[in-house]
Design a protein around this ligand. Structure first.
Ligand code: DNO
Length: 393
């Protein structure tokens, strides 16, 4: 497996490449976050970023993400220029040798948490999704009455108490946490802005989103094939509908549908164990085995779930997903690929998220992306990989 590390670029990330080098990964996962969604990534800008990465001794293995514009997800307006721009960015990336492109198809939001600094029993903090806080946000702050159908009466009653006792600062902190999943320098909303975004999805259900997704794939996968690129969709996080928005990358049935919608090796999956693992119905190692030949990238992390729909990010080898079984599935797939001579036999993975530990606590970094906590995750995963490889040899 290829060890990679997500880096947000020299202007946005407080963790420099020379510190990442000390953690030991060979590859970097990067995006031009500063370019607004829908615009072309110029080849010169990609080349400049590539030089920075390579001069620090890394390869740029994966783009995460080449974002899909909201209008494509909504199927709104003349999409021809947006598809053309996406294809042009793909061509520019291919020209610079970057071959794996991760993206998602989550309407409006990306990953969603309610607490960015949830304390851990032995010190340090993790990201947490608290069902009652999400309900408080939806029902009381956004005024989305239909949210009542998505939660149990107990969760709704806790939501009400939380809201009644909350200060303006508490509410601002919650809004900030929910918005933090949006990775770029763009598209953060306040409550009113979010209401407006949600209204744009009125009348757009699951079937429509799927149709828009299929259209996207139809537009870009043939180009990926020509350019020798592999696209890999990132699952929804959490893997269920949220804010009344339909989500279509949440479980094995969804993945099966996507992979056959345009049946090509270039149409693949980012196996994100933490995202998929937050749905109690998802057996992540089984999903990995079922779709193994289309996994182009893996995000390895763990979650611990509560019965009310809450969950938090556990240490990489703790939590509800059997990480050793999952890594074993990926290594088996790599052996199969090697045996059949596939050029992409090695699957890039990154330690996805990490607890904020020790010196992380005084340092500003992207939520979920501190140095020490991810280094711990990478080191543990590296140990699992070495041990499984030794046993197989
Ligand atoms: C969260 C990430 C996601 C991911 C996008 C891919 O930490 O895994 O934000 O980058 O969903 O498009």
């Amino acid at each position: 497996m290829i060890e990679t590390w997500r880096w947000y670029g020299q202007d946005l990330d407080s963790i420099p490449l020379d510190e990442i080098a000390q953690a030991g990964p060979s590859g970097i996962v990067n995006a031009l976050h500063e370019i607004p969604y829908g615009e072309v990534w110029p080849q010169a800008a990609i080349a400049a970023r590539r030089r920075v990465i390579e001069e620090a001794g890394f390869t740029w293995d994966v783009v995460e993400s080449l974002p899909v514009h909201e209008r494509i997800k909504r199927g709104a307006g003349d999409l021809t220029p947006l598809f053309a721009n996406y294809r042009q960015s793909m061509a520019n990336l291919a020209a610079e040798g970057v071959k794996v492109i991760c993206y998602n198809f989550m309407p409006v939001l990306d990953w969603t948490r309610t607490d960015l600094h949830h304390p851990l029993p032995r010190g340090g903090t993790c990201l947490r999704f608290e069902a009652y806080k999400m309900a408080a946000f939806e029902f009381h702050m956004l005024g989305r009455e239909a949210a009542a159908e998505d939660y149990t009466p107990e969760v709704l009653s806790r939501a009400k108490s939380w809201f009644e006792q909350s200060s303006e600062a508490d509410q601002a902190t919650l809004l900030h946490a929910i918005m933090s999943g949006l990775p770029g320098a763009f598209d953060r909303y306040d409550v009113e802005g979010l209401r407006q975004q949600l209204a744009l999805y009125d009348g757009i259900g699951r079937d429509e989103i799927r149709a828009h997704f299929k259209r996207f794939l139809t537009e870009v996968i043939p180009t990926a094939e020509e350019l020798g690129l592999r696209l890999c969709v990132h699952p929804d996080d959490p893997p269920r509908d949220i804010l009344g928005l339909p989500r279509v990358v949440s479980d094995a049935d969804d993945i099966a549908w996507i992979l056959q919608a345009v049946d090509s090796p270039a149409n693949g999956l980012t196996l994100c164990s933490g995202s998929l693992g937050a749905n109690p119905g998802n057996d992540v190692p089984a999903i990995a085995r079922r779709f193994s030949d289309r996994i182009h990238f893996a995000h390895l992390r763990n979650v611990r779930k509560d019965p009310d729909g809450s969950f938090e990010e556990a240490a990489h080898l703790e939590g509800d997903t059997d990480m050793v079984a999952l890594v074993a599935a990926l290594l088996d797939e790599e052996r199969r690929r090697t045996a059949t001579g596939r050029s992409d036999a090695q699957i890039p993975f990154r330690p996805d998220h990490g607890h904020a530990l020790a010196s992380d606590l005084g340092r500003d970094s992207f939520p979920g992306y501190p140095l020490v906590g991810r280094l711990r995750g990478l080191a543990e995963l590296r140990g699992v990989i070495h041990a499984l490889n030794w046993r197989a040899s």
